[in-house]
Design a protein around this ligand. Structure first.
Ligand code: BV8
Length: 232
């Protein structure tokens, strides 16, 4: 990677799959996908939350509990090592709401779809760190109202810090996508943005994704093996 200075890495649910966290769509090398147990329209949209807040809060409490019991896998560890050792610019843009990148030691992480450990008060609009259940309608630590929702980006909502992401992509010499199906935008379009800006593009995934044709190179296999091999 001698001529590479600035790297943008996009991760999806596949980077956490070997930690035992469900992916979203079927065929991700394991049990039923997350959405198969729940229709995405039923649990990951503002309309779903307005229609049945208890269902949505139970879905996210279940995921939060599952995530907290899991550990980073070799893919997270290798990315954290790269983050620590890389002298150029590096940004891990994750679609995941889990905190396994951080728990592996990565620092330059941007959660474009929010974080499962944060709650967002729909009354005062402030965010707070929240590890407990939301189904019990805890009071917002800022305003005291019982109006907390998961601080995750639902379908139809604007992902976070998009300006920062596009600024990093514009400067990138290398764009690497790890463990994502390329099913959801705007993340699925980042590879095309990176190509337009002259970056080399690499995909590490268990199977071909919806975006594989846009990558200079696609390596197929589990992230727990491919990522350490790539980093080393
Ligand atoms: C937006 C957070 C614009 C919550 C998620 C109609 C109305 C409204 C919007 C739209 C619409 N039509 C299209 C859209 C846009 C929409 C979209 O893209 N829809 C799709 C379905 C077509 N996008 C949005 O709504 C986004 N917002 O567009 O806003 C806007 C503009 C102005 C003003 C307002 C708004 C917001 C989308 C965010 C939704 N939230 N998650 C939560 O986590 O609960 S999406 C969720 O699915 C993930 O975050 C991720 O982004 C996405 C895709 O999941 P993946 O991570 O790729 O996981 P998946 O299971 O799909 O794939 C796993 C991959 O890993 C597989 O390829 C598998 O082979 C591989 N794998 C498995 N095991 C391994 C592995 N690889 C390596 N190793 C392994 N071991």
């Amino acid at each position: 990677m001698s001529t590479i200075r600035n790297i943008v890495i996009l991760t999806g649910a596949g980077v956490s799959a070997e930690s035992g966290i469900d992916t979203f769509r079927a065929g991700s090398g394991g049990g039923p996908s997350l959405w198969e147990q729940h229709r995405v329209e039923d649990v990951a949209t503002p309309e779903a939350f307005a229609r049945d807040p208890e269902l949505v809060l139970r879905f996210y409490d279940m995921r939060r509990e599952a995530i907290q019991a899991k550990q980073p896998n070799p893919a997270h560890v290798a990315l954290a090592r790269l983050d620590a050792e890389w002298n150029g610019e590096l940004l891990i843009v994750t679609q995941n709401v889990d905190d396994l990148h951080e728990r592996a030691g990565a620092r330059r992480v941007l959660h474009m779809h929010g974080e499962h450990l944060n709650a967002w008060c729909t009354w005062c609009d402030k965010r707070s760190r929240w590890t407990g259940a939301l189904i019990d309608r805890p009071a917002c630590p800022h305003c005291g109202e019982r109006a907390l929702r998961p601080d995750v980006v639902w379908f139809g909502e604007m992902p976070y810090r998009m300006d920062e992401i596009y600024a990093a992509i514009r400067k990138a010499d290398l764009f690497v996508s790890i463990g994502t199906s390329g099913a959801v935008y705007p993340a699925a379009g980042f590879v095309r943005d990176a190509r337009r800006c002259g970056a080399a593009t690499l995909e590490l995934n268990l199977e071909r994704s919806q975006g594989s044709n846009w990558f200079d190179e696609t390596r197929l296999g589990p992230a727990g093996r491919l990522v350490p091999e790539w980093v080393d």
